[in-house]
Design a protein around this ligand. Structure first.
Ligand SMILES: *[C@@H]1O[C@H](CO)[C@@H](O)[C@H](O)[C@H]1NC(C)=O
Ligand SMILES: *[C@@H]1O[C@H](CO)[C@@H](O)[C@H](O)[C@H]1NC(C)=O
Ligand SMILES: *[C@@H]1O[C@H](CO)[C@@H](O)[C@H](O)[C@H]1NC(C)=O
Length: 491
């Protein structure tokens, strides 16, 4: 059984959190007019570190809203949908978007929220590109509900399943399926409403954004140059070139130069691409593909500052602890508010991952949780599982635990204890056709809670084997607490 391969695939799915990981673009793309070198991923990393360590604070009189880059320099665009807009956006407006006078809210339905207009960016799509398209069924239904006095039912449409269900989009909702059509039009709408800005920052309704950190980051870059920042994800199936795209939920940033070039030299771009989108999976990739093909702009990776996940999935450890946070994704209103309160309480110093940890893990981490996957098998932070040292622990541990770490939970924990760099581990048990399918131990150099994961069952049609798998997670909570104490201060 190819356990590692299976897990890698699943992890990838988890990471993309519902946007899929394969993409068959080759048939849809025109002739490749440009061959990229394989070395396409540029990193914004070192620069982030510089500014994080400069311990710069904001003007004491305006502790949260930095004066340096005003509202007239940055356009902030929030993408949402009719099924969620009024539930999610108000919290953002009173917390992380407090400093933004005129946020641009884009959606798939015209609505009004207080003094804010919510724009239906799909209105710009030509009728012939949506009328026969079943992915727009939900769009039509939304209008029908609003015009027939059933607007209170809009929210119930959030559970409507996707119309064209295949294995890649299994379990997705119709609202998710419609979302990909918004990306290109929202860029054009942003220019139309707020032209000539230095920067265009795009987030979603479940994204937290640290406005001060965003400013500090952008101050280091020249908006006259073509920049496209985000949390980079590799699209394997993009042929013949390698292409990374900015994972939509953690937001992406385009410099004014890019949006201007788009609006002036490539006017009508979004409408030209509308026909291609039904074959494509998700909008954040549509955007990267269009930027690459039409404008020859590729991403600069701003990970971990722009982060695709919520605090439970952030890999806390030496690589993230002191780094600043610009965005986090998959947050509900409660979590967005919590982060905002945390950031306010910092009295003008930068929000860093260590602050996120403190706000989310008030009681620290547990020692052991059954039916929990703490993602210790994430290969990026994996520690080799070597045999336990029988000599060293003889007498202290029962002989049954001095076995191969891959064979028992206790032996796996012992392997973690023996490696000073190990913060957490997971122990995974598989059965195949109700026989022993093997157990495996994973050790990790980062700490995080991960997610609840109950017994999983699946049937492999090819081999006719039915599998079951369960997860137990463990943390060296004492070691984590000590490490945190030792890393109280960031220089
Ligand atoms: C439009 O294209 C021309 C010719 O390639 C270029 O010189 C100009 O800078 C472009 N305009 C913008 C706004 O990028
Ligand atoms: C922020 O300032 C207030 C009042 O000056 C003080 O009570 C509080 O402890 C400070 N918080 C931090 C995190 O420094
Ligand atoms: C545990 O399993 C992993 C993956 O199969 C393997 O790489 C490792 O060597 C094993 N460790 C021991 C001590 O057998």
């Amino acid at each position: 059984m190819n356990f590692a391969g299976w897990r890698a695939g699943l992890l990838c799915l988890l990471l993309l959190a519902g946007i899929g990981f394969l993409y068959t673009a080759s048939a849809l793309r025109g002739p490749a007019n440009r061959i990229q070198s394989p070395e396409v991923l540029h990193k914004a990393g070192s620069l982030l570190h510089d500014y994080a360590s400069s311990a710069k604070t904001f003007d004491g009189t305006t502790p949260y809203c930095p004066a340096s880059l005003g509202d007239d320099k940055i356009a902030l665009i929030v993408k949402t949908g009719a099924t969620e807009a009024l539930e999610r956006i108000p919290t953002q407006l009173v917390t992380s978007l407090r400093c933004v006078q005129h946020p641009i809210i884009v959606s798939d339905l015209e609505q009004t929220l207080g003094r804010h207009r919510i724009h239906d960016v799909l209105a710009n799509i030509a009728p012939e590109d949506k009328d026969e398209n079943p992915e727009f069924n939900i769009y039509r239904k939304q209008h029908e509900y609003v015009t027939s006095g059933r607007a209170t039912e809009l929210r119930s449409l959030s559970s409507l399943p996707i119309s064209q269900d295949d294995w890649r989009t299994k379990g997705k909702t119709a609202a998710w399926g419609l979302d990909k059509y918004k990306f290109l039009h929202m860029v054009e709408k942003a220019w139309e409403l707020q032209p000539q800005r230095d920067w265009y920052v795009f987030i979603e309704a479940d994204t937290y954004i640290s406005w001060p950190n965003l400013h500090s980051f952008l101050e280091h870059y020249d908006a006259q140059k073509p920049w496209y920042f985000g949390s980079a994800v590799l699209m394997h199936e993009h042929k013949p070139t390698i292409l990374h795209f900015a994972y939509g939920g953690s937001g992406f940033i385009l410099s004014g130069s890019v949006v201007k070039d788009w609006a002036i030299n490539h006017s009508g771009l979004a409408n030209r691409w509308d026909k291609r989108i039904s074959e494509m999976w998700f909008g954040d990739f549509v955007l990267a593909d269009a930027l690459d093909e039409e404008l020859q702009v590729t991403i600069t990776d701003a990970t971990p500052m722009m982060h695709p996940d919520e605090p439970a999935l952030v890999p806390f450890g030496a690589d993230t602890w002191c780094k600043p946070v610009a965005t986090l994704h998959h947050l509900d209103s409660r979590q967005i508010n919590e982060l905002y309160q945390t950031e306010m309480a910092l009295n003008s110093s930068h929000l860093r991952f260590k602050d996120v940890y403190r706000s989310a893990y008030l009681a620290g981490l547990p020692f052991r949780l059954d039916d929990q996957d703490n993602l210790a098998d994430d290969h990026k932070f994996a520690i080799d599982v070597i045999p336990n040292d029988m000599e060293r622990f003889h007498g202290q541990w029962e002989p049954k635990d001095l076995v191969d770490p891959n064979q028992s939970y206790n032996a796996c924990e012992l392997a973690c204890i023996q490696n000073d760099g190990c913060f957490q581990f997971s122990f995974v048990t598989t059965t195949a056709n109700e026989a022993d399918g093997g157990t495996q131990c994973f050790l990790s150099s980062v700490f995080r809670l991960g997610r609840r994961r109950e017994l999983e069952k699946w049937f492999d049609k090819k081999t006719k084997i039915s599998y079951q798998r369960n997860w137990i997670s463990g943390w060296r909570s004492d070691r984590i607490s000590r490490w945190i104490e030792e890393h109280e201060r960031c220089i």
